[in-house]
Design a protein around this ligand. Structure first.
Ligand code: 9MR
Length: 642
């Protein structure tokens, strides 16, 4: 608003300024349907430990609507004081071993303040009771899992059943990726300058070194079984800034979480801690954090990406309070404008109680209030950032209506006509800038050059809303060019429907556009088709669909799957897949047909309700599996070999 010199206008102007200045952080966030959170040091809740920090509690209550215990949910606090001295005690935990008053306090506070409660943390290499490692470092794989499952069960089920409140989000695992290059699962950490083995290190010995990932999967699966309601997070630091290098910590995180999603592990989100150094968070850097969040959000429907521990430390003369305020503003605006980023959590609000000076020599002043609980410029920066938050555009077809696919026309989808919705929602392009974009869709972060999408690289994807009128098998033709052989696939709702498609080296990046055709089955109805590059660079012109009259329309009988409690794993498969049938235990015959109806494989199976099917010699592609599960009945399933 412009302030005129006319007195009434000044009053109106001041009035409107004072009204907006009165918004607290949580009010501003609530206006955007987001929460704004902080750690709480629960010793200050009721003036305990002789410290009656009224100002602390007042600000927490006034400004924030999400809370996490800085330390009191860690095993060092929950298991502390129970005199666990033998392995046996720890492997047979009961609720009496858990100091539940720590849990109660935060949940009560959350309820009293009508706020979100984050549970930090279930499984971590640090934050342990002092006596813990001496015992746990001798555990074998089974013992590590036994302790972890019991600990997760006791803590989570206690919170689930607590009458005075609940936990909305759990950090199931914290910081399990090493800082090494190449990054890997964490095996050691530094404690007072000493390199210490992590207590769960022996999980790596099992399963030929694959034990870490299976342990992570196990912890998430265990947590989901205890309480299906809270969101389950993986949380870490130095993963925030996007890095294409697969060996970087960011690259390792992305691959790890992508693998978990593909295996169906119940992970709901990734926590990006966000312990940043003030002076480094330029717009370019914040854009890279944004890209990581887009990558995560794009992994599956509903996947969340959340900044969980934000602080911006000022070290030496590297930055000042006003630079820091601008950086806060940028980060808040970016993070809260994301789809599936439900809020943002600060690692504290007053410099009086911040971990920074203790952990980083010469660094301080990271938060929003000073030691006397007065607002710093960073407070206004955060508020401005929240006020600038925009709602992400919902995904929609580029031309307002879906591409229609039917059994008598050819449907052509130009690659440039990917859906509206933006990065992480309708596409993901982490190598923007390889093409000189024209004016067409110039605001989209996709390399569009004229009528093509150019230089698409591994991991990049675009989505197209289609409406299939006639279910059946279609010939899908890709029109591409590249100076390299490429690989790509199509998926619908996270299911790979094409297997890997090889695209040719045409000897050119600009001419010689060449067709590659494969049959794919499509079910009827409106759906979102995702195209993902597995190996680039590929330049993309269009996708076309033609109904294939020669291939039979297969009844896929999806409801049978449920009836039989049948599970196929993994699909797509590489060499073999496993089929389990909970209900029927009679002799079964498995037959595999190609899409022309030719039988290409049979395998007989007796007795057990689990079978490994090993169809040697099949090319990659779609096949039909028939299962004779009783003498007279047959189930038909679509399977995919990669
Ligand atoms: O701020 C916490 C500090 O008081 C503790 O001594 C330390 C060890 O438990 O943990 C700090 O919090 C960390 C959090 O749990 C995980 N991410 C990094 C945080 C800062 O070190």
């Amino acid at each position: 608003m412009k302030c005129s010199l006319i007195l009434t206008a000044i009053m109106i102007c001041l009035n409107s300024i004072s009204i907006s200045a009165q918004l607290t952080l949580k009010q501003a966030a609530e206006n955007k349907n987001k929460y704004i959170g902080t750690i709480l040091n629960i010793n200050f809740f009721n003036g305990e430990n002789g410290t009656n920090e009224t100002a602390y509690r007042t600000i927490a209550n006034k400004e924030f609507n999400a809370f996490v215990a800085e330390n009191n949910f860690k095993s060092g606090f929950l298991l502390r004081g129970n005199n666990q001295t033998t392995s046996n005690d720890l492997l047979n935990l009961t609720i009496a071993d858990i100091n539940t008053s720590n849990l109660n306090k935060l949940m009560d506070w959350g309820t009293a303040n009508n706020s979100i409660v984050r549970g930090h943390v279930l499984i971590w290499h640090s934050g342990l009771p002092t006596w813990f490692e001496a015992i746990a470092s001798n555990w074998n794989d089974a013992e590590i899992r036994q302790f972890s499952a019991k600990y997760i069960e006791l803590v989570m089920s206690y919170c689930r059943d607590y009458p005075g409140g609940n936990v909305d989000e759990w950090d199931v695992i914290n910081e399990i990726i090493s800082d090494n290059n190449p990054a890997n699962y964490r095996q050691t950490y530094s404690n007072n300058g000493q390199n210490v083995d992590v207590w769960f290190k022996n999980v790596a010995i099992s399963a030929g070194g694959q034990g870490y990932q299976s342990f992570i999967d196990f912890c998430f699966t265990t947590a989901k079984a205890i309480d299906p309601i809270p969101k389950l997070y993986y949380n870490d630091y130095n993963i925030e800034v996007y890095n294409r290098n697969q060996n970087s910590k960011n690259g390792f995180l992305r691959n790890m979480v992508k693998g978990m999603v593909e295996r169906g592990i119940p992970i709901d989100g990734v926590g990006l801690q966000g312990h940043f150094v003030s002076g480094t968070m330029s717009q370019t850097q914040v854009d890279k954090v944004s890209l990581t969040m887009d990558y995560i959000i794009g992994l599956k429907e509903g996947m969340q990406s959340l900044i969980t521990e934000l602080d911006l430390r000022i070290c030496g003369n590297e930055s000042n309070l006003s630079t820091q305020a601008q950086e806060y503003e940028r980060i808040l605006e970016m993070a809260l404008s994301k789809k599936n980023s439900p809020g943002l959590v600060f690692w504290g609000f007053t410099d009086k109680y911040s971990w920074i000076p203790q952990f980083f020599d010469g660094c301080d002043d990271a938060l929003l209030f000073n030691r006397n609980f007065s607002e710093k410029p960073s407070y206004a920066g955060v508020l401005n950032g929240i006020n600038k938050v925009t709602t992400p555009t919902a995904q929609s077809p580029f031309n307002n209506s879906p591409f229609i696919i039917n059994n008598n026309d050819t449907t052509v989808i130009p690659f440039t006509e990917f859906d509206n919705g933006g990065s992480g929602i309708a596409y993901f392009d982490d190598t923007k800038g390889q093409e000189t974009n024209g004016t067409f869709r110039a605001n989209e972060n996709v390399d569009i050059a004229g009528s093509i999408v150019g230089f698409t690289e591994a991991g990049e994807w675009m989505e197209y809303t289609i409406n299939v009128i006639n279910a059946g098998v279609y010939d899908l033709t890709l029109n591409t060019t590249s100076e390299f052989a490429g690989k790509a696939n199509f998926s619908i709702n996270g299911n790979n429907i094409s297997g890997t498609i090889n695209t040719p080296n045409t000897g050119s990046f600009s001419t010689n556009y060449t067709n590659t055709t494969i049959p794919i089955p499509l079910e009827a109805g409106e759906q979102i088709l995702r195209f993902t590059v597995e190996q680039g660079p590929i330049n993309l012109q269009n996708i076309s669909f033609n109904f294939n009259n020669t291939l039979a329309i297969v009844d896929l009988e999806p409801e049978l799957e449920e009836q039989l409690e049948l599970k196929l794993y993994p699909i797509p498969f590489k060499e073999s897949f496993v089929i389990t049938l909970e209900t029927f235990k009679e002799a079964k015959l498995f037959k595999i047909f190609d899409l022309s109806g030719k039988m290409v494989y049979t395998q007989k199976h007796d007795g057990e309700n689990i079978a490994e099917i090993n169809p040697i010699g099949l090319q990659s592609g779609i096949y039909i599996l028939s299962v004779d599960y009783k003498n007279e009945e047959t189930g038909i399933f679509k399977i995919l070999k990669n």
